[in-house]
Every structure is written in C-alpha cells, then in structure tokens.
Design a binder for this molecule. Structure first.
Ligand SMILES: C[S@@+](CC[C@H](N)C(=O)[O-])C[C@H]1O[C@@H](n2cnc3c(N)ncnc32)[C@H](O)[C@@H]1O
Length: 204
C-alpha cells in the first residue's frame, strides 16, 4: 500500500505533462505494438499506463481490445476523462501488478514502460513474471521498457533497478525469446535526459 499512496500523491499533485516520464506520444512503444499486433482485435494490456497517451493512440489506431492497469486510481481517472466517451471501450484495472487478477492466457501484447524497474525485490519480480506467464498467450509479445545502464538510479524519488538487454531478458527466462532490444534517450519536461531500454520478446 506504500507504493499506492506514493503514486496517488504524485498524480494528485502533478500535471500530466510535468512528470519526468511524460512524452506526448510513446512512439517506440507504438511501433513495437504495431509490429506485435497486426490484427486490430489483438488483446493489448498497458501495465502501469498512468496518464500516458498510449491508450488514446491505440484507440485511434483501431485496436478493439485494450486494457490499462495502474496502481493509481487518480491516474486512471485522468486518462478516462481525457479519452471521453471512448473510455468505455477500454478495460481499466486499478491494481498492483504483483497482486492483480488478470484473465488467463488472454493477452496478445503486454506493454510496460517504466514500471518493472521499480520492482527492487526478487519476490516482486518473480510475481510480475508469473503474471506475464499466466495472462499472455503462447506466441504473444511482451514489451518491457526500463531505465538502461546509463539511466537514473531513481525515479519519482523511488529506487529503480537499471538493466541492459541481457539482464532484463534474463529476468524473464528462456520461455521468452528476445526478438530485439534498443535504447533511447528520453527528454524530460525539465530538460534533462534519461536512457531507456526496450526489450521486445515473444512468449514461446
Ligand atoms: C514512471 S510511471 C510510467 C507511466 C507510463 N507507463 C508512461 O510511460 O508514461 C510508472 C507508473 O506505474 C504505476 N505503478 C507503479 N508501481 C506499480 C505497480 N506495482 N503496479 C501497477 N502500477 C504501478 C504508477 O502509478 C505509474 O503510473
């Protein structure tokens, strides 16, 4: 619950475009999701979607089965209000990803930008990977983005774990085939830069 109160406070006190992870559009995420899901009926879940516009862009792109999960109710409320009437097409989950109840063997695409790196304990990471294995279909795709080796050591005042592609892929294990990885430099609204790593995997 400590984590939940932290994130509720963040979203209750900051504007959507003033948080360090803000980007007008998550271009790299969108490109990878398009690669993973040519079919607009693909079931896509954005883990820790926060107030990001990814869900808006997926709706615009014609995707019909979108889910967004976040630990913060405030972030979900802001995203729903921004989307307007289309928000009822999205499945919203307010939950901690390490404890959430998700449909089994259901998702074609699992996307996470900047959540996994907050899991600093082995047990949390194990629970996260179990969630992926339970809820993503065999042959489904997993896109996880964390801070890279040169990224910050903290985000939003919380410790993070930084990864290179080998280490991040290693957290998930052999069931996940690493299709590609890349780093990108994110420019924060404060004018600083942060290195992100993306890993794009298929669950075998
Ligand atoms: C750094 S923000 C990234 C938000 C969004 N993915 C983006 O790229 O703009 C991290 C998000 O993860 C959420 N979060 C943190 N820990 C979580 C957890 N254990 N389960 C679910 N969501 C979590 C936070 O509320 C926040 O919205």
């Amino acid at each position: 619950m400590e984590s939940k109160s932290h994130w509720e406070k963040v979203y209750n006190t900051k504007d959507p475009d003033s948080v360090s992870w803000y980007a007008p559009h998550l271009e790299t995420s969108l490109n990878l999701i398009h690669q993973a899901a040519a079919d607009k009926n693909a079931a896509i879940i954005d883990i820790g979607g926060g107030e990001a516009t990814l869900v808006d862009d997926l709706l615009l792109g014609g995707y019909k089965d979108i889910s967004v999960l976040d630990i913060s109710q405030k972030a979900i409320d802001v995203a729903r209000a921004r989307i307007g009437s289309e928000e009822s097409k999205v499945h919203w989950y307010c939950a901690d990803i390490t404890q959430a109840t998700l449909p089994q063997n259901y998702f074609d695409v699992w996307h996470d930008r900047a959540v996994f790196h907050f899991l600093t304990e082995d047990e949390q990471r194990m629970k996260y990977v179990e969630q992926v294995m339970r809820s993503v279909k065999h042959g489904g795709h997993v896109i996880v983005s964390t801070f890279g080796p040169e990224g910050p050591e903290k985000c939003s005042g919380l410790d993070v774990v930084r990864y290179d592609a080998e280490n991040l892929h290693g957290q998930f294990g052999k069931t996940f085939k690493l299709l590609s990885s890349s780093t990108e430099v994110h420019k924060t609204p404060m004018g600083t830069t942060q290195q992100f790593l993306y890993c794009f995997c298929r669950m075998e």
